[in-house]
Design a protein around this ligand. Structure first.
Ligand SMILES: CC/C=C\C/C=C\C/C=C\C/C=C\C/C=C\C/C=C\CCC(=O)SCCNC(=O)CCNC(=O)[C@H](O)C(C)(C)COP(=O)(O)OP(=O)(O)OC[C@H]1O[C@@H](n2cnc3c(N)ncnc32)[C@H](O)[C@@H]1OP(=O)(O)O
Ligand SMILES: CCCCCCCC/C=C\CCCCCCCC(=O)OC[C@@H](O)COP(=O)(O)O
Length: 380
């Protein structure tokens, strides 16, 4: 193991990264609250400011992926579609199989300049997560309760609100509705069988209602659907903790641009269209498994320095007071306080990064925000 790799696996480094993320995130949440009066005066200006504030948060996670872990993200797509990416509004349909699939999505958003304005149809529970969830309120993220009777109205309304959005955005839709596990796959394929639909090997049966309502409400606003299929080389199972540990992954994303006009307006036809799309996505995954690559040419956009620059800015700003705090802690000479601080940090780290039962944060074994307590309580 090289020195750099050893450094990346150090608890102290993880603590610093999380500290910068959490504290800067909470500051940005506060700044977002301060933009509230501006919404009444100039909605478009408030939106543009929030896009940039949002970028300051999400690009930190992108920086961790691109610069800290050095993960490589390769794009397979038609070179004719490439110039349109980032220059039009689009609905992104992505498979939901990996813990960091959203982060790979964000990386491409960053490279095509739409990270701050990127949107998603997210489960309501995520809106309560400090930093990310609170930030999303101000970015007009669309939340759903996964109860169609309620969602059909609220989701449609939130999408209509985006009609006059001032910057290009990508709207991400995980049509599978939940992350793939063997158990969920088994149940999903029973549903497929009962509906007389072909079984899928690599995907859950897509939920069609959210897709239909999105397409209907973004017609005339979004130009295309980006059918995106993600996989990782060498059967890697990437995790956020792996990223934090500086583990390098290799993501491959296959994107097909489908003009929105080609998607049927009728609900039943639209549902059938989506089922067919997922059968095609399944065949692309099969191709990847067999050959180790997706069909089509590689046109990878290079990583940009902005995410790293943003992180360095926040790190400089926030590590100085932390350094003072530590100096005070050491100079206090109280062994008890020092030991209590170390114990709190360790407990916080374990609580945040060990698998646990379903949490409202991610619904799986992803980090929670309990790390906050470490910093709040770590006062000499
Ligand atoms: C160039 C580069 C291109 C691309 C780059 C890639 C990406 C970058 C883009 C943007 C990035 C932006 C942000 C990313 C950041 C973070 C994202 C993080 C998290 C979000 C993740 C989530 O929260 S996923 C969960 C929420 N989302 C969804 O659920 C969406 C999908 N769901 C739906 O659409 C649903 O229809 C619904 C939510 C609208 C309503 O749900 P409800 O359950 O009430 O209704 P359904 O119709 O779905 O259910 C009833 C029907 O379903 C059948 N059924 C029952 N069981 C199953 C089953 N197990 N599987 C499938 N179907 C089932 C049932 O029979 C009913 O069928 P009917 O025929 O009777 O309707
Ligand atoms: C700079 C590095 C910063 C390190 C600190 C990391 C802290 C990151 C913490 C949280 C990031 C929140 C991202 C939210 C996206 C989570 C994706 C997700 O949770 O999808 C839910 C979906 O599956 C459906 O779940 P279930 O059907 O309920 O199961």
């Amino acid at each position: 193991m090289g020195i750099l790799q050893l450094l990346k696996s150090q608890f102290l480094c993880h603590l610093i990264i999380c500290y910068v993320f959490l504290v800067s995130g909470l500051i940005i949440n506060l700044l977002q609250v301060c933009t509230l009066p501006l919404w009444l005066v100039s909605k478009q200006l408030a939106r543009r400011i929030n896009i940039r504030l949002g970028y300051c948060v999400s690009s930190q996670m992108v920086a961790a992926l691109e610069w800290w872990s050095g993960t490589e993200c390769t794009l397979y797509t038609d070179p004719k579609s490439y110039p349109l990416y980032g220059n039009e509004n689009a609905i992104v349909v992505l498979n939901h199989s990996f813990e960091i699939d959203f982060l790979c999505g964000w990386t491409f958003c960053e490279r095509f300049g739409v990270l701050g304005s990127s949107k998603v149809l997210a489960k309501k529970e995520l809106s309560y997560v400090p930093v990310i969830g609170w930030m999303w309120y101000f970015l007009e993220i669309v939340f759903c309760k996964r109860k169609w009777e309620e969602d059909r109205r609220t989701v449609a309304q939130s999408l209509q609100n985006l009609q006059d959005y001032p910057e290009n955005f990508w709207f991400l839709l995980y049509c599978e509705g939940t992350r793939l596990t063997p158990k969920k796959h088994q149940i999903s394929m029973q549903v497929a069988e009962s509906k007389g639909l072909p079984k899928l090997k690599y995907h859950l049966l897509p939920r069609t209602k959210g897709f239909w309502v999105t397409v209907q409400n973004l017609r005339g606003n979004a130009a295309a659907v980006y059918d995106s299929t993600l996989n990782f080389r060498n059967n890697e199972t990437p995790t956020l903790l792996g990223i934090l540990n500086g583990k390098k992954y290799h993501a491959d994303l296959y994107v097909r641009r489908i003009p929105l006009d080609l998607i049927p307006e009728d609900e039943a036809e639209c549902a059938a269209w989506l089922h067919k799309l997922y059968q095609e996505k399944d065949s692309f995954q099969e191709h990847y498994t067999q050959t180790g690559r997706f069909p089509g040419p590689i046109v990878s956009p290079p990583r940009r320095p902005w995410a790293l620059i943003n992180w360095l800015f926040w790190a400089c700003l926030l590590l100085y007071p932390l350094g003072l705090l530590f100096a005070q802690l050491i100079s206090s000479g109280s062994v008890l306080t020092i030991l209590a601080s170390v114990a709190l940090c360790t407990a916080g780290w374990f609580h945040a990064f060990t698998p646990k039962a379903k949490s409202p944060c991610t619904g799986c074994n992803s980090p929670s925000f309990s790390l906050t307590i470490v910093f709040v309580l770590n006062v000499p």
